[in-house]
Design a protein around this ligand. Structure first.
Ligand code: URA
Length: 439
């Protein structure tokens, strides 16, 4: 069928079969489908939606538009597993989770992205490590996954190239916000990693991609259903992003926070809880634990025993980073020249947090991007960030400690951080951290 006929069919609300969807996606990949046709298709999907069968077909076709990683020939003695998060502010879960899963018998080729807008990206956090090769060649990647159990890397151009082109078109045609297209976009890349099981962290709240709980729930449901339909067992947790996860936001600062947790130092409880819960679910789903409760015991033990830390260090070394990063972070991770506390203007409690605003304050410091070509200052950001309900005020606990490159950036970020936190006379009720499990 001609591309315009495929667009017409969807525009008129008629179903598309798998072969037709596959043909259209091939056309997106090889350029046979023009930009305007892809945009019109995205808009037709936005308004008409897709059936489950169509979503699965679109996901599979986008997966097959590029390389699909193959692990069977390595004869790995455990399942190939991964987590995906819809992203948030201070979301550093992957830094702890990947080595945790490896220490529990999983093999984790964690293909991660860069941050854009208010959300940070796992890849940027790893690129704050001097020498770390985030884009190893295929041979090195396979060796590290086999020998260490985990490799956190960036997506190569040959992973789901149809998604790359379609996403860029959606971005400028107001069609990003389609559940069908988001589902296919996220899952095509995960399926291309050749996984045996997937856990999704779908965030809701002021710092999340989907702020409303109902929207996040619908996305989680769609991802789990389509993933299973495409042959990849999946579980999703809906987790709270109404405040920064952990105590830091900014690349090297987040890396420091995770290194401390891996060394066995006390973790910020919400960060640890989300990480361990995702690990527990995935270990159970992949058959590495009889159930999530047993998975949780394994996950906790991997931190307490130092096994996760050992995997982390081996991964960093194997990918070109310093061997003593875990023990000597100050020797390797850059520090910003200006470090100062940011106080609230009056005493009270951190009663409501516009977490997106905190993320944009990190961008104002140079620690994030407003467009994909921006370069990042790894050293800047916030640590000791106040959580909901913390008592704050002038001369008391600061809202955060700010790390900045220039005074002008520091002043702007300070203003943004203050504007993001509403100080109240009484402590707010926190909602549940893990609001729902779908699977
Ligand atoms: N993240 C993705 O990878 N794709 C989308 O469409 C939205 C968020």
């Amino acid at each position: 069928m001609l591309p315009q006929e495929i667009v017409r069919t969807k525009r008129d609300g008629q179903p598309l079969d798998a072969a037709t969807i596959q043909d259209f996606v091939r056309g997106i990949t090889d350029g046979r489908v023009s930009e305007s046709q892809a945009a019109a298709f995205a808009m037709a999907v936005f308004f008409r939606g897709m059936s489950l069968d169509e979503r699965v077909a679109l996901t599979r076709a986008m997966r097959d538009s590029g390389t699909v990683m193959e692990w069977t020939s390595l004869n790995l003695p455990g399942p190939v597993i991964d987590k995906h998060s819809t992203g948030g502010v201070g979301d550093k879960v992957s830094l702890i989770l990947a080595p945790m899963l490896a220490a529990c018998g999983g093999f984790v080729p964690m293909v991660s992205g860069r941050g854009l807008g208010h959300t940070g990206g796992t890849l940027d956090k790893f690129e704050s490590i001097p020498g770390y090769r985030a884009k190893p060649d295929n041979e090195l990647l396979r060796r590290v996954v086999k020998e260490v159990g985990c490799a956190v890397i960036g997506a190569t151009d040959d992973i789901a190239p149809a998604d790359k082109r379609l996403y860029a078109i959606r971005d400028v045609t107001a069609t990003v916000e389609s559940l069908d297209l988001i589902t296919a976009s996220i899952l095509s890349k995960k399926l291309a990693a050749g996984l045996d099981a997937l856990v999704m962290d779908v965030k809701f709240g002021t710092g999340a991609f989907m702020q409303r709980f109902e929207d996040a729930e619908a996305l989680a449901d769609s991802i789990v259903t389509v993933s299973k339909g495409a042959g990849l067992p999946a579980v999703a947790l809906l987790t709270d992003m109404n405040e920064v996860l952990g105590r830091s936001a900014g690349n090297a600062l987040e890396m420091r926070e995770c290194l401390a947790i891996l060394r066995g130092e006390p973790a910020e409880p919400r960060l640890y809880e989300v990480t361990a819960a995702l690990a527990a679910e995935l270990l159970a789903l992949a058959g590495l634990a009889p159930d999530a409760a047993a998975g949780r015991v394994l996950a906790d033990r991997s931190i307490a025993s130092g096994a996760a830390a050992e995997r982390f260090s081996r991964m960093v070394t194997a990918l070109g980073g310093p061997a003593d990063l875990l023990e000597q972070p100050d020797r390797h991770l850059e520090r910003a020249p200006i470090v100062r506390p940011v106080f609230a203007e009056r005493s009270g409690f951190a009663g409501a947090i516009d977490t997106r605003g905190v993320g944009m304050a990190v961008v104002a410091l140079g620690g994030g991007r407003t467009k994909t070509t921006d370069t990042i200052d790894f050293a800047v950001g916030f640590d000791e960030v106040a959580g909901l309900g913390d008592a704050v005020g002038p001369g008391e606990r600061p809202l955060a400690i700010l790390h900045a490159r220039t005074e002008a950036q520091a002043d702007e970020a300070e203003r943004r951080l203050r504007a993001s936190v509403t100080v109240t006379d009484t402590a707010p009720e926190r909602g549940p951290l893990i609001a729902k499990r779908l699977g």
